[in-house]
Design a protein. Structure first.
Length: 240
């Protein structure tokens, strides 16, 4: 069945003006600033939830700042799911895990300047039950996208016709576009690399800890977050 995004059908070979930039990345759980920088630089963003779930990644965990430095906040997953896509990876319904995540965010960021502006939306997210990791990650990534004020077209691989499960198959929807990839991840299809250098900024606690969730910047700077993020971004063409 064809899929509708922004009122149009996303089909194989969708015509895209030359020079537009596509980012194709698996969604992350409250993505970090490097992921946010990719979204900021793109014209089209595909959250590749049909790709295989990757363990020991940021797909089911994120870093939040705390008084001692930082801590992991991890989504529990059911066992025996090797090889599944992120969209079909099931969350293990450990009692209280959503409440624990909300408490970690509220406790550590409750005194930050913009927590009251975004906190109720996050509380509502944790009041929902989530069966699949992919759906949860798409939701958190969309919120970061929204709160950063990005303007790209944002969709998921599950919304593409045929639900493609490879980078090449996804890129075929926009044959005239250029693929932007993180500099640290080799990607044969890429024509541009994004280099991200973590900018320093005021955090809730004394000192600076890099690599936090993008919420860390958003809670402290609100609508100024995108300008701070831009300071750490550099894009280069790939010679082929």
């Amino acid at each position: 069945m064809p899929n509708f995004v922004d009122g149009r059908v996303i089909r194989f070979g969708d015509c895209t003006p030359p020079g537009q930039t596509v980012v194709i990345r698996p969604p992350e759980y409250w993505p970090n600033l490097a992921f946010a920088a990719l979204m900021q630089a793109a014209d089209i963003i595909v959250l590749a939830d049909t790709l295989q779930y990757s363990r020991q990644s940021l797909q089911n965990r994120t870093r939040v700042r705390n008084p001692d430095g930082w801590q992991w906040v991890s989504v529990p997953l059911k066992g025996g799911q090797h090889g599944r896509s992120q969209a079909s990876t099931r969350i293990r319904q450990v009692p209280g895990w959503r409440k624990q995540h909300w408490k970690a965010i509220a406790f550590n960021y409750g005194q930050s300047p913009y927590f009251d502006h975004y906190g109720e939306t996050i509380r509502a997210l944790y009041n929902r039950e989530w069966e699949y990791l992919g759906a949860l990650n798409v939701a958190t990534t969309r919120l970061v996208f929204q709160w950063m004020g990005f303007s790209a077209s944002l969709l998921t691989a599950m919304e593409l016709e045929g639900r493609p499960d490879s980078m090449e198959a996804m890129m075929a929807f926009w044959p005239e576009a250029e693929l932007l990839a993180p500099a640290e991840i080799p990607e044969p299809c890429a024509t541009r690399r994004l280099y991200f250098s973590q900018p320093d900024y005021r955090q809730t606690f004394v000192g600076f800890a890099p690599g936090m969730t993008a919420l860390d910047l958003i809670f402290n700077y609100g609508p100024e977050s995108a300008d701070i993020l831009r300071r750490g971004t550099r894009i280069e063409l790939i010679d082929k």
